[in-house]
Design a protein around this ligand. Structure first.
Ligand code: FAD
Length: 116
């Protein structure tokens, strides 16, 4: 079968998961209700218990204790997640992502129109 029909390795799972998480944050409300804030906080805590990469999940649980999800608005949540992802990038020796660009990367597309 084709490679894309095989079980995911850690890196494939990682990049697909980041795409989901950043896109979810991009579409979180600008003015969330109390319930939405609590639900998003619970989502990340529960997610960190089941993420199917043990070392990743353990690290994420530590991160969540140090810097809990900032659920006050779309902007706050996306910036928080960008910092969490940068923490992992740093650990893995990957370049840091400029968090000012996070909505262009995951929501609006680049200013130069290359995603239109
Ligand atoms: P990825 O890091 O997967 O990034 C995908 C795309 O996201 C990039 O191409 C870039 O366009 C964009 N991006 C990069 N940084 C940011 C940012 N800060 N904010 C917004 N967008 C950004 N792997 C391990 O080996 N050890 C771990 O402990 C580990 N922990 C993980 C924890 C979580 C919660 C997740 C989801 C993944 C984890 N991974 C871990 C996997 C790792 O983060 C990468 O996904 C994997 O190494 C593949 O990297 P990549 O180069 O494809 O880019």
């Amino acid at each position: 079968g084709a490679r894309e029909d095989c079980p995911l390795d850690k890196d494939e799972l990682g990049s697909k998961t980041w795409a989901f998480l950043h896109t979810m944050a991009a579409y979180y409300p600008d003015k969330p209700s109390k319930e939405q804030k609590a639900d998003m906080n619970n989502f990340f805590h529960t997610f960190s218990k089941f993420y199917p990469c043990n070392i990743c999940a353990e690290d994420l649980q530590k991160q969540l204790k140090q810097t809990p999800p900032e659920t006050g608005s779309q902007d706050k949540l996306s910036q928080w997640l960008c910092r969490v992802h940068n923490g992992v990038n740093k650990k893995l020796g990957k370049p840091e992502f400029d968090c000012k660009l996070v909505n262009q990367r995951w929501k609006d597309g680049w200013m130069d129109g290359s995603c239109d």
